[in-house]
Design a protein. Structure first.
Lengths: 229, 229
DNA sequence: TCAAAAGTGTTGAGCGTACACCCATGC
DNA sequence: GCATGGGTGTACGCTCAACACTTTTGA
């Protein structure tokens, strides 16, 4: 079966920058290509947009198929449309970025036999196509957005400690923060629910656990939320 | 001549939200469609991306061809990829927004015999396709971005007065601002060059003219510019 | 009892906001 | 000389940043 058009048409793909956080670092999920071009090279997960699915759906599907990641924060980043970005033919790609709790997606590599692996954002190999540029933009967007929207919680387990939040911000913004000021700021936002639980299995005083409360967040949004580092 | 592919491919278009400012209002440039679907309906200027031009180039070209607008601030907004957004067939569109000095582009409607016209953003007719949603997002982006990046000057003539800036912000943010505070804030940014010229043809004391200085702006950017309303 | 991280308040400086009057010019 | 907008300074309150010690727990 074939499809014919009056004018030449480029192909349309989606690519996803998946960020995850563990105790050590902010990481990105990459897959190793098993076909040319860039065979053997690491690349962002992604693939062709089907003609009967929305672009958003395509991004979620590819993420699921290539990495097993599902039901996560996913947002459109930017569309990369340079003529020569794919050596085979004209391909325009719509880039997305996702935030996942790395603990829930330890090694990935579900569907294909392809290699999938987490890389620290500070130590990523050369990527296929213009994926380096896409990753750079995604990381910049994350650094900016995290300052004025509470998306950081997407990178943590459902229940987390305030110290985990602090480490999260410190790793993403690559800085150090004052513990007391950060706690005041976070709690003043009034989007967290303090649980009656504490950490377990720690060799020191256990920290209280919190949960992000979407209800509270909506309230604050309506009231004109102010966020800032 | 025809082009054949193994899988069905959607079409790719660009659409541009062109903002302009005059003494009365913030306005958007629309064109009236002369073909179905939505014949006679107002729509954003735009058209198909050629296979041998980048998406950015396509946006600039369509803008030039359909409205005569050229050499202006133009930035990618978002890609709209719902399946049914065009009743004819699958069309994904990459939306851009542009800022122009309305004085330089008074009536437009260059190439085609199509109607082109400026509408106040607060009083826009129902638009073709999902162009209402695109316009909404563009306007929201403009409101947000203008608070932390000095893009507002793109809407003014090269030489302008501080009062013009104030009216600009007041119109876009739909609010009123304190004259003294705004002037302090703008001047403290240190991105303007004060000229040795003043307004002419005004029936009262003539205001000093300023010019946006890209050099100074770069300096400030490096130093970690802070902007805010 | 020691190690390791949790948790907690206060102060000073700088910034943003509110606010009112004189000045220059054209008619 | 009058009408119209141009241009300027100060005082207050609040927010943000800097800063160190006590508490709890497990080993």
């Amino acid at each position: 079966m074939a499809y014919t058009y009056e004018y030449a048409r480029g192909a349309l793909t989606v690519d996803c920058v998946v960020f995850g956080l563990d105790e050590d670092d902010l990481k990105v999920l990459l897959i190793q290509r098993d076909i040319a071009p860039y065979e053997g090279c690491w690349a962002l997960p992604g693939g062709f947009v089907h003609v009967d699915e929305s672009v958003d759906e395509a991004a979620r599907r590819e993420l699921r198929e290539e990495t097993g990641v599902d039901n996560v924060f996913l947002e459109q980043l930017y569309t990369f449309g340079a003529v020569e970005r794919d050596p085979r033919e004209r391909v325009v790609t719509i880039a997305y970025y996702a935030l996942v709790n790395l603990g829930d997606h330890p090694v990935a590599a579900d569907t294909d036999a392809r290699n999938a692996s987490w890389f620290p954002v500070y130590d990523v190999p050369d990527l296929a196509f213009d994926h380096d540029a896409i990753l750079d933009m995604a990381y910049e967007r994350l650094r900016n957005k995290i300052r004025y929207q509470p998306i950081g919680f997407e990178l943590l387990p459902k229940k987390f400690t305030l110290t985990q939040i602090q480490r999260l911000y410190e790793k993403i913004l690559d800085t150090t923060l004052d513990k007391r000021n950060l706690r005041k700021k976070i709690l003043k936002l009034d989007v967290l629910e303090a649980l009656d639980e504490v950490e377990t299995d720690v060799a020191h005083r256990a920290a209280r656990l919190y949960r992000f409360d979407p209800e509270k967040y909506l309230q604050q949004c309506k009231a004109g939320m102010g966020f800032d580092l």
